[in-house]
Design a protein around this ligand. Structure first.
Ligand SMILES: [Zn+2]
Length: 186
């Protein structure tokens, strides 16, 4: 039985509506954040691939590097929060080459950021608050302060597998209620 049913099977219609509304607001916030991260990533790609980090020249051409063999690396994106990860694959044999100074560097690899990636990142932030290690989680709690704990739990279950193991273990309704309001609050 999911945690959702275990905790919520005796809700009034009003409480159910509060939870549903909270889920809608949360998903809208995550979608908005994903768009701004994608925009931020696009800017970084533009700068990385069009300006030489050594001499600031804009005379950049694409090259295939001399490194033997091919491979993929994956990357993460820091985007105004502690722990939001998208996924990306880049062909490491392609590089940018500066025609002015001869510098060569890796092409920037765009990330694929979904609203679920954002939500998972937020729950990892909330877990950081649980663990008391990183202060950046406080910003996320502040951002989500109007969302009921029960809505957060519903959405957490949807993205749980994308979260850190520690987050999966630590996020409970009981903990969420210590940081967020509950639909049971009078
Ligand atoms: Zn250069």
């Amino acid at each position: 039985m999911s945690r959702f049913r275990k905790f919520f099977n005796i809700l009034s219609k009003e409480q159910q509506k509060l939870i549903d509304d909270g889920c809608s607001v949360l998903k809208a916030l995550a979608t908005k954040k994903a768009s701004s991260c994608i925009e931020h990533d696009r800017e970084r790609e533009k700068i990385n691939n069009s300006t030489c980090p050594l001499c600031n020249s804009n005379k950049i051409v694409n090259k295939i590097s001399n490194v033997e063999g091919k491979g993929n690396v994956s990357g993460s994106l820091y985007c105004g929060s502690g722990s939001i990860y998208g996924s990306s694959k880049i062909n490491t044999s392609e590089v940018n080459h500066c025609s002015t100074c001869g510098n060569q560097w890796k092409k920037y690899s765009r990330k694929y950021i979904s609203s679920d990636d954002i939500l998972a990142g937020w729950f990892n932030d909330i877990n950081a608050v649980y663990e008391g290690i990183y202060s950046y989680g406080d910003k996320t709690v502040e951002l989500l302060k109007d969302i009921p704990a029960e809505s957060l739990l519903v959405e957490f279950e949807n993205v749980e597998n994308d979260c850190y193991y520690s987050t999966q273990n630590n996020i409970t309704l009981k903990f969420l209620k210590t940081k967020f309001k509950s639909v049971w609050d009078k």
